[in-house]
Design a protein around this ligand. Structure first.
Ligand code: PTJ
Length: 249
């Protein structure tokens, strides 16, 4: 038996584990109730994708790893769903690509900010940004616009998983290179991303870390070639085709 009382060979193990983590996140005060709804929407897309990392998502994850390794100041943005689902995996990715972790919430309260920071520290994060909030994303309503000036404010590349479309668009307008993880290829965040990853965050983050480890010794030119060879429109088309036409097992 593992984290939940379900055997790992249960056919719906991953899905049940995800639900368990989100529910625990709500109980711990880190995930919003809206996060439960967001997870349900994501699950429906994942079901249609066959709950697997498609070839095109894997290529996006490799391009994202290369982009994070190339960045001068990469930041991984964490919300209540991300913290509940992949706290340890985000810490691992941040260490591998030398990125900052910043909490950035849609429904921001000081209590949730503190609870998420504590949860990330429990999972090994040393420096958690987002609490200073001395920077602003222009053209967004007050609470959602709060960032750290030396975190997302100063970042050149930002990973924004499970993000709402408005803020993803506003970050893009600030000139940040955005990597988005979202199971809905039609969502505005996926559409505005330089690198959209249409995959479950539970699979996407560890796979990005594995690619980053594999690419760690690569030179600038090799990394730039991987990023330049990635086509976001083609990736979104492939994801939509997999969802619409995929054979369900
Ligand atoms: O913690 P907060 O306050 O910042 O709020 C976070 C949520 C997620 C509630 C907020 O950002 C929100 O309402 O987001 P949306 O607009 O519902 O978008 C979430 C997107 O993530 C949707 O397109 C879902 O399909 C997708 N999604 C949900 N679960 C997963 C996912 N994508 C990848 N992996 C998942 N596990």
């Amino acid at each position: 038996m593992s984290e939940i009382e379900i055997p790992e060979d249960h056919p719906r193990y991953q899905s049940l584990l995800t639900r368990h983590r989100i529910e625990a996140g709500v109980e711990k005060g880190i995930t919003s109730k809206q996060g439960l709804i967001a997870e349900g929407r994501g699950e429906a897309f994942d079901y249609l994708l066959g709950e697997r990392t498609t070839e095109s998502a894997d290529a996006a994850e490799r391009a994202a790893a290369a982009q994070l390794l190339l960045a001068d100041h990469p930041v991984l943005s964490v919300n209540g769903n991300v913290a509940a689902l992949v706290a340890e995996e985000i810490v691992d990715l941040a260490e591998t690509v030398d990125a900052n972790i910043e909490i950035n919430l849609f429904n921001r309260t000081e209590e949730r900010m503190e609870a998420i920071a504590a949860h990330l520290r429990e999972h090994g994060a040393e420096d958690v940004k987002g609490l200073t909030a001395d920077g602003r994303i222009p053209n967004l309503s007050h609470e959602r616009a709060k960032v750290d000036a030396d975190g997302i404010g100063a970042a050149d590349v930002v990973l924004v998983p499970l993000e709402d479309g408005d803020r993803a668009e506003a970050l893009g307008e600030m000139g940040k290179t955005e990597i988005v993880i979202d199971l809905n290829p039609l969502s505005r965040s996926a559409q505005v991303a330089a690198i959209p990853i249409v995959d479950n965050i539970m699979r996407a983050v560890p796979n990005m870390t594995a690619h980053a480890r594999d690419l760690q010794g690569a030179d600038h030119e090799t990394l730039a070639e991987i990023v330049d060879g990635f086509n976001p429109e083609a990736a979104l088309r492939a994801a939509e085709a997999a969802i619409r036409e995929g054979e369900l097992a």
